[in-house]
Design a protein around this ligand. Structure first.
Ligand code: BYC
Length: 329
């Protein structure tokens, strides 16, 4: 169980957080969710729903800004002007996704300042995959294709969930991610159909990224702390294992089509349609999400520097003299 190191004070058996709720209000709330209605910020909701959503949306927002860093480092070294422009646009999109998600999380009562402070102080989590280095341009392409592919699987499902602001943010994000996916696929195809050196480069990048990608969807359902309550309240519309299976189903054939090899000798689809694979190293995953991955310190240092370097801008905007500045459109 990975909730033991959580900083969000959510009981390991999340359902126990409901005992103080008004049973009539709780029943009405759950009936609304069962009818497929959206819950909006001013509607009544159990404290645990608010807490869980805040945790999940906030972690998602952090993943977007931290996630922009490995690809961001390749903007200046992208091969050619067109790739550079596209890479820059993609990275900007990811930061924009964080803005949408922080706004959605703010509707639940936590301020953006508190969320950013929790991120740079290591109190909040963000996606494990962004704690690995992008050594080569090919690593950046694997992120653009397969991490975005994984994100789409997760987000397309959850966009049909119960909390209005999160679902609307996810819909917009998915539209942009679909473009990222095409961009990433195009870049991977370019290398996979290129010179022997390019093919080797993309295969090596895939070998490096496959283990983190397999854990991107979260721990297996039997180890997941929050899935049960989140699915009961339609925040998560598919479990971690369901998303992982869907990703394998959609993308392993595309990887094989390119003549690339997935670095897992056990990977195969059973006759009943279920993918078998080598069990990810969940102990390593746990270390990475709790701050001890190859790049955690570096990633947080970049965010901390951004906060510090931008402080004077925020101070200037909040200064009484700022009223003379025309607001941005
Ligand atoms: N990484 O009970 P579980 C992008 C934690 S960015 C880190 O299964 P849950 C992109 C989990 O938080 C989009 N931590 O949790 C950006 C919990 O810890 P706490 C990224 C993980 O919430 C730039 C504990 O493990 N997508 O695409 O039911 C460039 C127990 O797990 C991870 C999202 O953020 C992980 N992978 O399910 C390119 C999607 N997995 O809080 C691309 C939104 C688990 O108890 N999030 N943990 O301390 C979700 O859908 C869900 O939160 C998860 C986990 C499926 C990730």
């Amino acid at each position: 169980m990975y909730g033991s190191a959580s900083t969000h004070d959510i009981p390991a058996n999340a359902a126990t957080g409901l005992e103080n709720e008004d049973p009539i209000k709780l029943a009405e709330f759950e009936a609304r969710i069962a009818r497929g209605e959206k819950i909006e910020p001013n509607d009544w909701m159990p404290g645990l729903y608010r807490k869980q959503l805040t945790r999940m949306i906030e972690q998602h927002a952090h993943s977007e800004i931290i996630g922009s860093l490995p690809e961001g480092t390749w903007i200046t070294r992208a091969p050619g002007f067109r790739r550079k422009m596209a890479q820059m646009a993609k990275v900007q999109d990811e930061v924009g996704h964080a803005q949408l998600l922080y706004s959605a999380a703010e509707t639940l009562g936590k301020t953006r300042e508190q969320m950013l402070s929790d991120l740079i102080n290591g109190k909040s989590k963000y996606s494990n995959v962004f704690n690995y280095p992008a050594f080569t341009w090919a690593d950046s392409n694997v992120i653009s294709w397969l991490i975005d592919a994984g994100a789409i699987v997760n987000q397309m499902a959850n966009a049909k969930g119960s909390y209005g602001p999160y679902c609307r943010a996810l819909e917009r994000i998915c539209a942009e991610e679909s473009f990222h996916l095409k961009y990433g696929h195009d870049a991977v195809v370019h290398l996979a159909t290129g010179t022997p050196t390019q093919r080797r480069m993309i295969q090596e990048a895939l070998n490096r990224w496959w283990p983190p990608i397999m854990t991107f969807f979260g721990p297996s359902d039997k180890m997941s702390t929050h899935t049960e309550i989140l699915m009961r309240w339609k925040v998560k519309m598919a479990s971690n294992d369901e998303c992982r299976q869907q990703f394998l189903d959609m993308y392993v054939p595309k990887i094989w089509e390119l003549g690339l090899t997935v670095p897992d000798p056990k990977l195969r689809k059973n006759e009943d349609g279920v993918w078998e694979f080598t069990e990810p190293d969940w102990e390593d995953f746990k270390r990475v999400i709790n701050g001890d991955g190859p790049c955690n310190k570096e990633r947080l240092a970049v965010r901390r520097a951004a906060e510090e370097n931008g402080a004077w801008v925020r101070r200037a905007l909040l200064s009484p003299k700022a009223k003379y500045v025309r607001p941005l459109a």
